[in-house]
Design a protein around this ligand. Structure first.
Ligand SMILES: Cc1ncc(COP(=O)(O)O)c(C=O)c1O
Length: 376
């Protein structure tokens, strides 16, 4: 048994779950850690509490290792949106973003613009297919642009942005801010192309909510003012009472209050599990499942709107059927869990998705096709 086989074995449970891009049911290791650490916090022994209070530092270490970053550059956050907010509120100048981004990007940027009263402006782009390609960005690029914020993998189209190409396009003097929620832990990416990377543990890392994190490079810390910095983000190592110390030089500046230790414990375990299994192997296995799903969709004549090239996709397949409501109902009736929103049905397999789940999908789509035929 390899570490990867052990990892796959942790996906036991009812078949039919294809909604990892929305929520990842907790891994057994994460679940056990949550109970064990809750017990430690429930004791009256300070030494037991101290073990749990150390989890945020451990989470930062694991995440930093996976990002190839210094641990001082990494923070734990209540959510990925918090991590993005620290970056976006502290910017100056024009910021390019797609108006079709997940609202953690679009709403946060819009609020930052409103709050900055002229210091920040949004340069919205609206590529027809929703894909933030270098061509789409280059049309909006001019001397006023100081940053680009983009989802590495788009929550809706499943498109995987080419971070290296985007970095090359914007050059070294602008910030590349990346929402890695739909890729961290499942795409073997060199995130060093980005200055800010924000993610969380509640989908692909199977670590539950509250497990956000963000990395701010030295260049990011030079350019981004820590305007949302709080009591946890100062130069003071302890509680800064009767004093008003400045924000820390490290990424800690981009934190507000003490971390949620139980969430950090879950993040540590969830991230370490994908690291130990091997992100490249996880990516490969997910890609094989995506190929299976594409083959099934094609065989049933259901249009696919997400990218097909492996380099431009990750774990999301978007189906765009003519009768979305009926397809969503067919999947729900067959106990296949997906996200139906707008005009697409989003399917998201994980590495541990089993053949029974794929078969359930195939069967559900067979029924859907026949009904269409009979009804016509
Ligand atoms: C691309 C993307 N960014 C951000 C989020 C929200 O993250 P959080 O709840 O950690 O703020 C999601 C959630 O679905 C997402 O898909």
């Amino acid at each position: 048994m390899t570490a990867f086989d052990d990892y796959l074995d942790t996906f036991a449970g009812d078949p039919g779950y294809l909604n990892w891009a929305a929520f990842g049911p907790l891994s057994p290791g994460v679940r056990a850690e949550a109970f064990a650490d809750a017990d430690l916090l429930a004791s009256m022994r300070p030494a037991s509490h101290a073990l749990v209070f150390d989890r945020a530092a451990q989470a930062r270490e694991v995440i930093a290792g996976m990002l190839g970053a210094d641990v001082d550059e990494v923070t734990v956050q209540p959510s990925s949106t918090h991590g993005l907010a620290h970056a976006l509120y502290g910017l100056q100048g024009a910021v390019i973003a797609s108006s079709a981004e997940f609202p953690s990007v679009s709403i946060t940027l819009e609020r930052a613009v409103q709050t900055a009263q002229g210091g920040i402006s949004a340069r919205w782009i609206a590529p027809g297919d929703g894909r933030v390609t270098p061509d789409a960005v280059s049309e909006a690029l001019d001397d006023e642009v100081t940053a680009l914020v983009v989802s590495h993998v788009d929550f809706r189209t499943g498109y995987r942005a080419d971070l290296a190409a985007l970095r090359e396009l914007i050059g070294p003097d602008r910030l590349l801010i990346v929402d890695a929620v739909q890729s961290f832990g499942i795409v073997d990416e060199d995130f060093s192309a980005a200055d800010v990377v924000a993610g969380h543990g509640y989908k692909w890392l199977r670590a539950g909510r509250g497990s956000g994190f963000a990395r701010y490079s030295a260049f990011a810390r030079e350019r981004i003012r820590p305007v949302l910095s709080g009591v946890a983000g100062t130069t003071s190592e302890g509680l800064p009472v009767d004093a008003l110390p400045p924000a820390a030089a490290s990424a800690r500046a981009f934190t507000v209050s003490a971390p949620d230790h139980l969430a950090a414990a879950r993040l540590t375990v969830g991230a370490a599990e994908v690291r130990d299994a091997g992100v490249a192997r996880i990516e490969e296995r997910i890609s094989a499942h995506v190929d299976e799903i594409l083959e099934i969709a094609d065989r049933h004549g259901i249009p696919v709107s997400s990218p097909r090239e492996p380099a431009r996709r990750a774990g999301i397949v978007a189906l765009a059927p003519a009768e979305l409501g009926r397809l969503a109902a067919a999947l729900a009736n067959a106990d296949v869990s997906v996200t139906a929103r707008g005009d697409t049905v989003r399917l998201a397999p994980h590495a541990g998705t089993g053949s029974e789940t794929i078969r359930m999908l195939d069967d559900a789509l067979s029924g859907f096709g026949n009904e269409t035929f009979i009804g016509a």
